[in-house]
Design a protein around this ligand. Structure first.
Ligand SMILES: [Zn+2]
Length: 329
């Protein structure tokens, strides 16, 4: 399997030099996933809303290898508004779900997530979200000060160890949705207007992740209706369980790099498209994070005085409005 940048490049060059047979093999491999768009909308469970999946490193590189000349910028590639809401004063609530977390966090993901979310407030990295807005005409690409912009401060609200009993070993989407509703009750966010600005991050313990993690996705976010209104939530698996396919040592950023790369991706998307896909996506359904997932510009960024690995985010404003992946805004 090609899990490194050099491996991906090598297979592309190999295909070019060896001709049709090898090229067919590469295309055949790529056909296992969506061609050209590694991440984005998926239907994971019957009866559940669409989930926006964060591609694995392998899937992202496969997609790029198959379309090496695909433009990474250009007006038609920008995000546009789909008529729903964005989070104008976003808040993040994290749930460490299940007694499987008790004395069982080998990569110290809980403390990493808590410090990362706390460091985001007002950062120039997450500020890229703020060029997107709600309350403008569907199809809008540049808000130009109209409508209400997505917010960037404050961000991190609280966490909850829901660890009195076991979580499902491999929770389905519907089970994670129920846990998000439970979290809303726990945090007493019980109105639709309150939940319009909240994202619930449901973090599963090591060895207890949803099936498909590490092969079909690194995480995903979705929404669910409830008596507390529509809720936006993220399925955040125990990222280091997937090794390099979800970011371990990506760009030489260390074995735990994937934790904040993936968490940051989902955070930014939940702000700009909290109830998929009624917020901001491109014409293929990709969101602000998907378009720049596992991008070579992924790097350590200073957030709140500490360094965290994060990926760039798509900015319509970059390159004089052609759009591009940026680390600050
Ligand atoms: Zn995504």
């Amino acid at each position: 399997m090609n899990t490194g940048k050099s491996g991906s490049l090598r297979s592309t060059l190999l295909a070019s030099s060896l001709g049709v047979a090898s090229l067919a093999m590469v295309i055949g491999t790529a056909a296992a996933g969506d061609v050209g768009t590694a991440g984005g909308p998926r239907h994971l469970e019957a009866g559940q809303p669409v989930a926006m999946v964060h591609a694995t490193v392998e899937a992202a590189q496969r997609a790029r290898a198959q379309k090496p000349s695909r433009p990474t910028s250009g007006g038609s590639s920008n995000l546009s508004y789909h008529g729903g809401s964005v989070q104008t004063a976003p808040k993040i609530y994290v749930v460490f779900w299940g007694s499987q977390w008790n004395n069982n966090d080998p990569s110290q993901e809980a403390v990493t997530l808590e410090s990362f979310y706390a460091a985001l407030s007002g950062s120039s990295w997450s500020a890229t979200d703020t060029q997107y807005c709600e309350g403008v005409a569907s199809g809008t690409v540049f808000c130009n000060g109209k409508g209400t912009a997505a917010g960037n401060s404050p961000m991190y609200a609280s966490y909850w160890y829901d660890n009195a009993s076991l979580a499902p070993t491999h929770p389905k989407q519907s089970q994670i949705a129920v846990e998000a509703v439970r979290a809303a009750g726990h945090f007493s966010v019980t109105t639709a207007s309150g939940n319009a600005n909240v994202q619930y991050v449901i973090a599963t313990a090591t060895g207890n992740n949803s099936s498909g993690f590490g092969t079909q996705y690194c995480a995903w976010h979705s929404s669910t209706s409830s008596t507390y209104g529509n809720l936006s939530y993220t399925n955040l698996p125990y990222i280091t369980d997937a090794g390099s396919n979800c970011g371990a040592n990506f760009n030489n950023l260390g074995p735990d790099a994937g934790i904040t790369i993936v968490a940051g991706h989902e955070m930014a998307e939940s702000v700009t498209d909290p109830f998929p896909s009624s917020g901001w996506t491109d014409s293929k359904g990709s969101e602000i994070g998907d378009k720049c997932a596992w991008n070579s510009a992924t790097a350590n960024e200073t957030l709140g005085g500490s360094m965290f690995p994060v990926q760039p985010l798509w900015s319509n404003a970059a390159a004089s409005g052609s759009g591009g992946c940026v680390m600050s805004y």
